[in-house]
Design a binder for this molecule. Structure first.
Ligand SMILES: Cc1ncc(COP(=O)(O)O)c(C=O)c1O
Length: 352
């Protein structure tokens, strides 16, 4: 606290990111990063971009990246917005599109940055409880609201909604923006991007942090019809004209077009997720059906906090949220095959 703070700062409850400790030999399964390094083509492109041109500002519009994204989805570049990680894309979207007289709706158990953005931008919001099976029920979103935002698959549950239900949501709310946050979609859910042409109220947000293994580069994007993208651009150009630097643009274009690397590694993570699910079930865990690169699991006999602490003692970091309804769950990022094996062995020891 300080008398120099503006009133807004006093009212903020900042988002708490997962730890990034520098402990040698640590198995880090707490922030849903990709366990495999980025594609060699991506690294080569970043290295090649590290030259004399760094004295120049990057392209403020990120055109080359928007072009490859647009081409891969049969969209026009004007329907693609790029930003410094999808967190920044989401932040602009909250300010540009989600602030209305009626409250913004999102699930009670969801990405914890959403309420943070609401407080930052003064957006009234209402959370809609997941059902007893921790699933989003789109019928619960009926009724007046200003806008809706949902991750699909949801985080931290990992449970995905089928496209037909996203479409129901869009049809039920023709006059409200519906944002689908697809940070984890490549690990097994259906993307809503093909619906963009039909629904002027749909904005789909995506990241290169997870399935393209570029969390450290900070690249995210949104696709939607032109009026939604124009709103995002107006906010962006009132905030930071150059959100993506030259290295990020070069790396992101290479990563986006390296289809072989993407396909191989996402399949590998999906296979590890399925094997890890079976192994955890074998230890007595209830594991929610995940379409993401993480699992959300609880043990009937042991508190989540206790298990998280015991794993930490063994240099394995997972994420635990001390919150209503999910206090006994562990959110476990799917690691390499070797990391998953170490995790299962460690849990076996802890559980006796
Ligand atoms: C649901 C969801 N959306 C968005 C993000 C932000 O990702 P990034 O800012 O790395 O693109 C995350 C990060 O973990 C997430 O879990």
């Amino acid at each position: 606290m300080s008398r120099f703070w503006s009133p807004l700062v006093h009212s903020l409850t900042p988002y708490v990111a997962g730890e990034q400790p520098r402990i040698h030999g640590l198995i880090k399964l707490n922030t849903n990063e990709n366990p495999y390094g980025p594609s060699p083509r991506t690294l080569a492109a970043i290295k090649a971009a590290a030259d004399d041109t760094l004295r120049l500002y990057p392209d403020p519009t990120g055109l080359a990246l928007r072009q490859v994204i647009a081409d891969s989805h049969g969209l026009s570049v004007d329907e693609v917005f790029v930003g410094n990680g999808s967190d920044e894309v989401l932040a602009h979207c909250f300010q540009a599109l989600l602030n209305h007289d009626q409250p913004l709706l999102f699930p009670d158990i969801s990405y914890s940055f959403y309420p943070t953005y609401c407080r930052l931008y003064g957006i009234d919001f209402r959370t809609i409880p997941l059902d007893a099976a921790m699933r989003v029920q789109v019928a619960d979103y009926k009724g007046p609201c200003g806008a809706i935002i949902l991750p699909n698959p949801n985080a931290p549950t990992g449970i995905a909604l089928p496209l037909s239900e996203i479409e129901t949501l869009l049809r039920d709310h023709p006059d409200q923006v519906v944002v689908i946050d697809e940070a984890y979609v490549d690990f097994g859910a259906e993307s809503a991007i093909p619906l963009v042409k039909t629904y002027p109220n749909l904005l789909v947000v995506h990241t290169l942090s997870k399935s393209r293994s570029l969390a450290g580069l900070r690249v995210g994007f949104a696709v939607g019809q032109r009026p939604l993208i124009e709103a995002m651009e107006r906010v962006k150009d009132s905030f930071n004209s150059y959100p993506l630097d030259r290295l990020a643009l070069a790396g992101a274009v290479a990563a986006w077009t390296d289809q072989d690397w993407f396909e191989t590694h996402r399949q590998r993570i999906i296979a590890s997720r399925e094997a890890l699910t079976v192994a955890l079930q074998g230890l007595g865990f209830e594991v929610l059906p995940s379409a993401a690169n993480f699992l959300f699991a609880r043990h009937p006999d042991r508190a989540g906090k206790e298990l998280a602490a015991a794993l930490r003692e063994k240099a394995i970091l997972i994420r635990h949220f001390q919150k209503d309804r999910i206090g006994d769950f562990l959110r476990i990022t799917v690691g390499t095959e070797a990391e998953c094996a170490r995790l299962v062995a460690a849990l076996g020891e802890v559980l006796g």
